[in-house]
Design a binder for this molecule. Structure first.
Ligand code: ZN
Length: 295
């Protein structure tokens, strides 16, 4: 049993949260952070079988690749990637790892889902099975640690960020890219939910999927959270979340084409240029740096 959500302290600022829009979701009036009590079921590979991995891969790959290059560009603005010891937490199919290897980074991953870890290892990537930081050697230290669409799934973000601060080398970079509570998609989904349309809201939280979202941060609150662990936020960058190419297969990751999905495809196709504007961005990248040894 989970404790009642209403009145629990916000994970960022401690203000009592209020249940909003679903019995399992709540918002902090202090900093705008959302949280849910949806339960991740990472180990449940039978549930994961419901997802057509191939469709998901094709639909998302091009968008992810574009964003991965952007993330690496931003990291390189702060420190070199070449010869850096890098860790990717929850690398999934390993696209970010592949992009980092291409730039000469020495990157390894930690992936809890065994089948996906196997797949990435099969592609020649160095991936440990398990969770961060438990799956690592105690002495392991990294120049960069990245979370690509991962931190929003982790219930105890404080334990995770504390481990990042302890595991980064002096001047090392924490890179977090994550869905944003200030993004247009989240705001529209909240509006639709108030009007009685539940679908988009459930979809954004990934309700009913094996790994639902536990948090939706605003970019400012995420920065505040990270700085509570002694890291210094250096960059907050909007990333693209919707582009027309690959949209069809993205929408049909879990369902077959239906009148509803065709309507969603048309609406998103038309809205893609608006959704892609920086101020409406549904994905934010925050880069934070560990203090340097001399500081
Ligand atoms: Zn708060």
């Amino acid at each position: 049993m989970t404790a009642p959500l209403e009145g629990q302290p916000c994970v960022v600022c401690g203000t009592a949260v209020r249940v909003r829009l679903a019995p399992w979701s709540a918002r902090c009036g202090g900093c705008g952070t959302w949280r849910s009590t949806l339960q991740p079921q990472i180990e449940s590979s039978s549930l994961h079988g419901a997802i057509d991995t191939a469709a998901r891969s094709n639909g998302l790959k091009e968008l992810r690749e574009r964003n991965n290059e952007r993330i690496l560009d931003e990291i390189e603005g702060l420190r070199p990637v070449r010869d850096a010891e890098m860790l990717d937490v929850g690398p999934a199919h390993g696209w970010f790892m592949t992009a980092a290897l291409t730039r000469g980074g020495r990157i390894q991953g930690v992936e809890p889902e065994e089948a996906i870890a196997d797949y990435a290892r099969g592609r020649g990537l160095t991936v440990r099975s398990g969770y961060f930081p438990g799956a690592l050697d105690d002495a392991a230290r990294f120049d960069t640690i990245s979370f690509n669409d991962v931190l929003e799934h982790i219930p105890d973000v404080h334990a995770t960020l504390r481990a990042c601060a302890e595991t980064l080398t002096p001047g090392g970079i924490l890179s977090v890219n994550i869905p944003s509570a200030t993004g247009l998609a989240f705001r529209v989904a909240c509006l639709l939910r108030r009007l009685g349309i539940r679908g988009p809201y459930l979809r954004l939280w990934q309700e009913g999927l094996p790994s639902p979202h536990v948090h939706y941060f605003t970019p400012a609150a995420l920065g505040q959270l990270i700085e509570q662990h002694g890291l210094i936020v250096r960059r907050t960058v909007p990333l693209s979340s919707v582009q027309r190419r690959g949209l069809w297969s993205r929408l049909h990751t879990v369902e077959r084409p239906s009148p509803k999905s065709i309507f969603a495809f048309a609406a998103l196709w038309l809205a893609a240029p608006i959704l892609d504007r920086p101020s409406n961005s549904d994905i934010v990248l925050v880069l934070a740096q560990a203090p340097s040894a001399s500081a």
